[in-house]
Design a binder for this molecule. Structure first.
Ligand SMILES: Cc1cc2nc3c(=O)[nH]c(=O)nc-3n(C[C@H](O)[C@H](O)[C@H](O)COP(=O)(O)O)c2cc1C
Length: 186
């Protein structure tokens, strides 16, 4: 049995939980961070990554100005920080300072990166597309970082270590359990 869902507010969350990183933007001294659940890998060659940002976000303004963004995947223990960065606007506050977030310099982009991350993607915008009430920024991944203890020889993440932050909606977060991993190939 199924039930129909008509509430658009609920429909947008039916594909959750989803990994939710912090998007960094701006320059190193005046950088900003926001939580974004609507993001994805898009292409392998070239490596493209997309993120959907509403035009009223300060992040939108900064990405439009600089043509760059960082995707900072935090360890699950920092889920509260993801939440906080999704509640306040950087137009009024320096979130790095307010939430005592350690900055790291990017290899290619100027936006500050989050030192505590487990994975970071540096992206340069190649196009942006208006998608309903959001704008989808497509970026080429110009540099990628992963904590060296978290990458297995197979090139996949070791989830017995730090795990990603997953957002379930309405202020609820969760993560994955290594016991659910089923390996079909060595
Ligand atoms: C868990 C979570 C996920 C979010 N995902 C998105 C998203 O994908 N796109 C978006 O535009 N806003 C999203 N938001 C809202 C922004 O993070 C929020 O409006 C933030 O305060 C914007 O910050 P800024 O004005 O400094 O850019 C999300 C908020 C939370 C709490």
């Amino acid at each position: 049995m199924f039930r129909s869902v008509r509430d658009k507010d609920v429909i947008v969350r039916l594909g959750y939980p989803k990994v939710t990183p912090l998007i960094s933007s701006g320059d190193f001294e005046n950088g900003n961070l926001m939580a974004a659940t609507w993001h994805t890998h898009l292409s392998g060659i070239p490596p493209l990554y997309g993120v959907s940002i509403a035009p009223d976000r300060y992040t939108y303004k900064l990405i439009k100005e600089t043509g760059e963004f960082g995707v900072n995947f935090l360890p699950f223990r920092l889920y509260e920080l993801v939440w906080k960065c999704g509640l306040v606007s950087g137009a009024n506050v320096d979130k790095f300072e307010k939430f005592k977030i350690r900055k790291m310099r990017g290899k290619v982009i100027k936006a500050p990166l989050v030192e505590e991350s487990i994975v970071i993607l540096e992206c340069k915008v190649t196009k942006d597309v208006k998608v309903g009430d959001h704008v989808f920024f497509v970026g080429e991944i110009v540099h990628a970082w992963v904590r060296d203890n978290l990458l297995l020889s197979k090139g996949i993440l070791d989830i017995t270590g730090d795990k990603h932050v997953y957002y379930l909606g309405r202020g609820n977060f969760c993560t994955i359990d290594k016991n659910t991993v089923k390996s079909l190939k060595n």
